[in-house]
Design a protein around this ligand. Sequence first.
Ligand SMILES: [Zn+2]
Length: 327
Amino acid sequence: MAENEIILGYDVGGTKLGIGLASSDGKILGRDRIENKDTYPEDILPQLVEKARSLVADAGLKMSDVKGFGISAPGPADIANGVLTAPTNNVHWRNVPIQSYLENELQIKGCFENDANCAALAEWFFGAGRGCHDFVYLTMSTGIGGGIVTNDTLVRGTGFYGGEVGHVVIEANNGRLCGCGHHGCYEAYCGGRSVALYIQKLLKDQPDHPIVQFAGGKVENIDMVVLEKAVRANDKLALEIWEEIALRNAQAFGMLMNTFNPKRLILGTFGWAIGELYTEPIKKYLPRFAWPETLAQCEIVSSELRRDMGYYAGAAAAMYFLLGKRA
Ligand SMILES: [Zn+2]
């Protein structure tokens, strides 16, 4: 493999679409983004081509210098064929064959992978997973997504559902309803959306509760940010919910530690946006769920790419799938 091959990456987000031009030694050579709120694919797809051409030209390169592109895609999607089937944040995008469209227009090879796996690859090549052969990345935002790299290989599974850590059932009986339709998923206890809905339901008839006050008096505005404020103010109910979140996270982390024996567990949004207030209580519970050996061997760290993930995720997929790059 030649040194410093050039790749393009696309990150299809619910409100924004990121584009990054990268070199395989881990540098971003150019980046751009497109607003993607309530858009139609026929408007956006040509812009993806134009932006890519501009980035390549601005870097003093030709499209033929680019080895390929990667697409980081939200679910649900047809991973094998590179089709966005029904992204939940954008109702106008249905069965959009984005990979073949871009391959035809740009005349370079593409690849396609779910966003949590792409984020794990991005941390591997550009961020907190550098040099690591075994690690797990968790998105930890509105939902819980996972990307697992074991022995320098991304876990994809036989039908590309590998790494769906958020939907492992951790409560067998009377578990909370998850967005996926199952009861008791990890995400139903720790995903931001699920936590918000749970508290909103709990407090729907208590407009004077301090947590509702932190939400500006509107129950429907309760979210993780509001909960964090209430925890910092030592609200009793908020602290109880916080402990439950920590316990459930520890349960999932412990399962991952004993299953994959990772060297690092890299945490997305809540891990870095909330920080120690979020991670310390989890660490307190971890000895109940992980063996002392796997716990001692695993470092819990925050994402390094954070808000810039969108410029790296697709490029990282191209590095892994098209260039065969490893740690
Ligand atoms: Zn679920």
